[in-house]
Design a protein around this ligand. Sequence first.
Ligand code: NAI
Length: 547
Amino acid sequence: MGNVNPTLFRSGPELLHNPLLNKGTAFSLEERDALSLRGLLPPRVITMQEQVQRVLENLRGKPNDLDKYVSLIALQDRNETLFYRIILDHLDEMMPIIYTPTVGLACQEYGQIFRRPRGIFISSNDAGRVARNLANWPLKDVRVIVVTDGERILGLGDLGANGMGIPVGKLSLYTACAGIHPSACLPITIDVGTENERLLKHPLYIGLQQRRLRGEAYDALIAEFVEAVQSLFPDALIQFEDFANHNAFRILNKYRNSVRTFNDDIQGTAAVAMAGIYSSLRITGRALADQRLLFFGAGEAGMGIAGLVVSALMEAGLTADEARKRCWFIDSKGLVVQSRTDLTDHKRTFAQDAAQNSDPLEVLDALRPTVLIGASGMPGTFTAPILRKMADINERPVVFALSNPTSKSECTAEEAYTHTNGRAVFASGSPYKPVNFEGKTFVPGQGNNAYIFPGVGLGVIASGSRLVTDEMFLSAAKVLASALSESELATGRIYPPFTRVREVSTAIALVVAGIAYDQGLAAGPRPADLEAAVRNLMFEPVYNSYV
Ligand code: NAI
């Protein structure tokens, strides 16, 4: 991988229309002569820096974030090098546009803003010939696939084929945050229908206007997809993204021990939240073994986090049973307890021996949690009384409102700081601006999975690891938490500034690849200089000279 081999390019309009190779007005006069580009471009040669300025001016003049998204995706379709230069140099400004929260809006409007396809669509009508769809992808050295079936897009629910914005966005993050080459990334949407009434009737909906395929036929389609990927793209890592809870756990459990795959909503979220917990302990000065966690939401995110918390607590000396007793859940029906008869197997693992209770304040009184984690998709569930009680119980209450996008957050950053008198250690799923409370500025953390999955992916690719293990995610969490300086912690930050994400991803990749080599999961022998091998894979958005 690394940067594109310039000997592969073609010439003339074909080159201008290949986003991986196109430089637009930055082609030099020599290149224009050699590549039959004379006359196809305006005469003046523009530098990349000038192109960046032009794009930024255009972008900043757009009236809203959705227009900015459309404009950025159009740039990605024209010139990926320039697109990634801009993303990388302006990460804080661009992340909320290419990913949450704007990508959520983009998915909701996907039919209307749809310009040009990107990635592969597989529909339930393709059953029996999925490999043919995949074989149509022109680039053969695929290393990362992000796939969704669109059933649980962020916290927005079933968006069917419109969910394609998510794999596209996540793969942009692989490239921006960990330097996975854009030509090695393949976004895929498996369209099995939708239960979204609006889309079922919408004249511009891009997907199948039918109810979702379920049961054996659905499982067979996923199995066919996984097999086809393994035969056509044997080096690819498959990241499952935004599948609904009932399919996500089943698919993960079916494939995690035999296929190079993971589920970001379960395992990526778990690692980023675990990193937040490790960092918060650096602030509160408490031990992991003393924590009690209360989750609002017992779905993919909540259960995934709790699973990793259990592993971390066991590492800290607790038994599995003791560790599980530290993780309590409230779901849409109240406290998850053993007497309930409506629990899935996953929820049953964490069902506690306690009386049923659906009053969160009473639960807080009884449990006295040190950490409150929101992964319910229900905005406003962390009410002022709940936050105040957390502050009564704890000197430094740890509060993570992880639901995405911003409109679904369990509380805002301002509410978290205000109702706890500025004592909360706070993180959210979508970004919040720094909050000024009684003269002090607090920097809320964004528990963004993009701190984790790109680095994990890079480590898996670098080592050729056969599997992606929970140990890799726990180690990634530790690397992320250790990346914070003391002065950053002092501002309330529990994640490093996102501008340092490439450095963090590289460190995560090294640890992940190291685990693969140590455990016999890697494809070959450990290179003498693993760091150089990892860095060598990383794409830098610069223009290569073609002459
Ligand atoms: P899910 O659908 O699997 O689970 C949602 C859970 O919330 C269910 O257990 C449901 O019973 C529960 N719930 C519903 N109403 C509730 C209420 N009023 N009080 C308490 N619990 C309630 O969804 P999933 O995948 O777990 O995602 C949940 C949220 O977490 C979404 O908004 C998603 O965007 C967000 N998320 C955030 C991430 C991050 O910040 N890094 C990563 C992954 C997910």
